[in-house]
Ligand binder design. Structure first.
Ligand code: ZN
Length: 255
């Protein structure tokens, strides 16, 4: 058991409201918790911590942050008081080179999903930022460097969205626009067939790529996740599709 390779997860998190809504996506997260092994700790990579350089949180009691505004009070009452792991933070810094910062914390990209997956809040979490300075190819390489953690009982959990265009969101729409669904399905096919080079070169993913990825911070967590996979991994798709027109929730478990 001790040496069992831990999965890599890419989770589409979508609207912060999914943290409190009972819908097919939040149910999907609960179901994920039922099938995933319980890791020694989680290295969480969140779209919402987009920084120049690799920053990592090394507190033994990281603060939960509510990095969204104007939502119902109930959302700010979700508490997810997980422990941290200074030991894991040091290990990640050793593998990739990272600066410690505890100014940020565990943001909603991480806790909105994980409080459903591991509701007991007893799995330590270390959060790593998405590095603005790196190309997608360099991020894939960085993902490869953290891959050994999987053999050390650590789950790599990357949280973003394949399609994420806030400017085009329609709050009254449950599903996706056609272009958004098609873009998501295309990326999904590339991931399933392990054509990672094409996923990495996202600016060549057809005419709609700029609508799907107006800024890359929500897409790049997928690239970290792909980098951390290996040849032997199978991929399972969870929470296929999307919401609000221009946000997709499609998630992957690699194991
Ligand atoms: Zn987000």
């Amino acid at each position: 058991m001790l040496n069992k390779k831990m999965p890599v997860v890419f989770a589409g998190h979508g609207s912060p409201l999914n943290a409190i809504l009972d819908n097919r996506f939040s149910q999907g997260w609960t179901e994920m918790g039922a099938v995933l092994p319980k890791p020694k700790a989680i290295l969480a990579i969140s779209a919402h911590w987009y920084t120049h350089g690799n920053l990592i949180n090394d507190s033994d009691a990281p603060k939960q942050i509510f990095d969204m505004y104007g939502f119902p009070e109930e959302l700010y009452q979700v508490k997810y008081p997980v422990p941290g792991s200074p030991e894991l933070a040091a290990r990640v810094a050793e593998l990739i080179g990272a600066d410690v910062s505890n100014d940020w914390g565990i943001d909603h990209g991480t806790w909105s999903v994980l409080h459903r997956v591991f509701p007991d809040a007893d799995v330590p979490i270390v959060q790593l930022s998405v590095n603005h300075n790196l190309t997608a190819m360099e991020i894939f390489d960085l993902g490869q460097k953290i891959r050994p953690l999987r053999n050390e009982g650590i789950m790599i959990f990357a949280s973003g969205d394949i399609v994420h265009n806030l400017g085009m969101v329609d709050w009254d729409l449950e599903g996706c626009y056609d272009w958004s669904a098609a873009f998501d399905a295309h990326v999904q096919e590339l991931v399933k067939s392990k054509k990672y080079d094409e996923v990495i070169a996202f600016d060549k993913l057809g005419p709609d790529w700029k609508k799907a990825i107006p800024t890359p911070e929500h897409y790049l967590p997928l690239i970290y996740a792909l980098g951390a996979t290996d040849e032997a991994d199978d991929v399972k798709v969870v929470n296929e599709g999307g919401e609000l027109g221009s946000i997709t929730m499609t998630s992957f478990i690699f194991e």
